[in-house]
Design a protein around this ligand. Structure first.
Ligand code: 4AD
Ligand code: MG
Length: 446
């Protein structure tokens, strides 16, 4: 009978049957001239292939290099010596025939090693992606994104697709990318929030998963110029509801990923370098901005470590001290009620202290800020005042302003940086490794 063409992940159901698999040569070992071991990778798993005798002595065999695409026929059997690694340790494909589909080149081993410097690795990202770690991270990213969607659909949200070419800013002019949009000026969106706010009166709770863009001048291990933004917006909620919504999102998604991983722990462990899924202590610690300033003052976290200048109310707590505090406390922190002067124009003020906003940043150990959210200003006059204070021309925002004119309501939402979340979940140090092809200052290729 003709051998059945299989993906490697399905091989376990075909023990002792003759099968055909396609894949790329991940690793090649020879044991003398007439016995070859190939770790074959097809993107669904790894399988050990054994080639013997004549099969090792053809011209194609002599010019077989790593990353060649091949087809192999043979029986999927228990490996008598029990040394086979891969997706199904202890099993191997005893080949009776193989053929070359697409050859590789002898220079493949000279392009980079896993210890090459990051710029070399990024230039070769299209090949680095084939590695077991990078490909596992990409598969985890797909699973995590899927879990976010499942969470939202399970909670009854509608997915919307706002435009990413826009003529308004959301998070301040200093990180806007602008471009010529035919006869007009255009920006790459910093956040879909303003558009999601217009969605609540149409579909109630809504979310989107789209790229956002920031012209970040500084290069850090958690800043990208293009990132995937998971944003949601809810009408008729309180600030307390918003905090619970964010906690529910993060915990539920991590639970979902954990459940999916029960059947594919291998991928998770490769992607996370062997670290387990973090357990998050609930409820998340809540800390006001003012208490964070106090914490820094009391724990020797300085605004300027050289002069030992302390943080004062109204100071932005930048990335490094924020992460130091989060790592010291070593559990998720909901940092709430930031001063209005530090936050975007649209944030609702606190009833009991008009200097402060109903805002929240979720900080996770290892990464720091992963989510930013707030209640939105829902009074027309207040919003007009806020435009003025920021020096913004209200004209391009008329559709956003109109939400306050036609049936305004209390509402709030948040944005979660997918790549930062992936870093926190998988223990990845640098955010570029959570992207297929990262974009940051100095890198727009490949
Ligand atoms: O805190 P941000 O700027 O908030 C907003 O954009 C709101 N409009 C979101 C909303 O309420 N709908 O960004 C939200 C999150 C951050 O917490 C961070 O995780 C991620 O987006 N983020 C970035 N991730 C990677 N690189 C960057 N340059 C990022 N800027 C923000
Ligand atoms: Mg933020």
């Amino acid at each position: 009978p003709p051998a059945k063409q299989l993906k490697i992940r399905d091989l376990s159901k075909y023990v002792d049957q003759r099968v055909k698999i396609y894949g790329w040569v991940h690793h090649l070992r020879t044991d003398g001239k007439k016995l070859w071991f190939i770790d074959l990778r097809d993107g669904t798993g790894f399988a050990q292939i054994v080639l013997t005798g004549e099969m090792c002595m053809t011209y194609e065999a002599a010019t077989l290099y790593r990353e060649a695409a091949i087809a192999v026929y043979g029986k999927w059997v228990k490996d008598e010596k029990g040394r086979a690694q891969g997706t199904f340790p202890g099993y191997e494909l005893a080949a009776d025939f193989w053929e070359l589909v697409g050859p590789s080149c002898a220079d493949i081993d000279m392009l980079f090693t896993k210890d090459s410097n990051p710029d070399i690795l990024m230039n070769q990202r299209h090949l680095v992606l084939r590695g077991s770690k990078a490909s596992s991270v990409m598969r985890m990213r797909s699973i995590i994104t899927h879990c976010f969607r499942e969470h939202f659909f399970d909670r009854g949200y509608t997915e919307l697709s706002p435009p990413t070419l826009v003529n308004t800013q959301c998070e301040g002019g200093s990180t806007l990318f602008n471009f010529n949009y035919f006869e007009d000026d255009g920006y790459l969106t910093q956040s879909s929030q303003l558009y999601l706010e217009t969605g609540i009166a149409a579909v109630n709770d809504c979310f989107c998963i789209l790229p956002s863009y920031r012209a970040e001048k500084s290069q850090t291990r958690r800043h990208l110029a293009e990132f995937h933004h998971i944003e949601a917006e809810r009408p008729f909620i309180t600030f307390e509801d918003l905090l619970e919504t964010i906690e529910d999102l993060v915990c539920d998604v991590i639970d979902r990923v954990g459940k999916k991983m029960e059947s594919d722990m291998d991928t998770f462990l490769r992607a996370s370098g062997g670290k387990p899924i973090p357990k998050l202590e609930r409820p998340f610690l809540r800390m006001t901005y003012e208490d964070a300033v106090k914490y820094c003052r009391e724990h020797g976290i300085y605004k300027d470590p050289e002069t030992k200048e302390h943080f004062e109310f109204g100071d932005d707590i930048p990335e490094k001290p924020e992460r130091q505090m989060t790592d010291e406390i070593n559990r998720p922190i909901m940092l709430i009620k930031f001063p209005a002067s530090l936050k975007s124009f649209y944030m609702q003020k606190c009833d009991d202290d008009k200097r402060l906003t109903e805002s929240v940043d979720l900080l996770l150990p290892g990464v720091g800020e992963v989510v930013g959210g707030s209640m939105r200003m829902w009074d027309m006059d207040e919003l007009m005042e806020a435009y003025k204070k920021e020096g913004m021309d209200p004209a391009p925002y008329y559709w956003f302003t109109d939400q306050r004119k036609y049936g305004t309501c209390p509402h709030g939402g948040y944005g979660l940086g997918l790549e930062r979340f992936i870093c926190a979940l998988l223990g990845i140090h640098h955010i570029r490794d959570a992207c297929l092809y990262p974009r940051y200052r100095g890198r727009i290729a490949p």
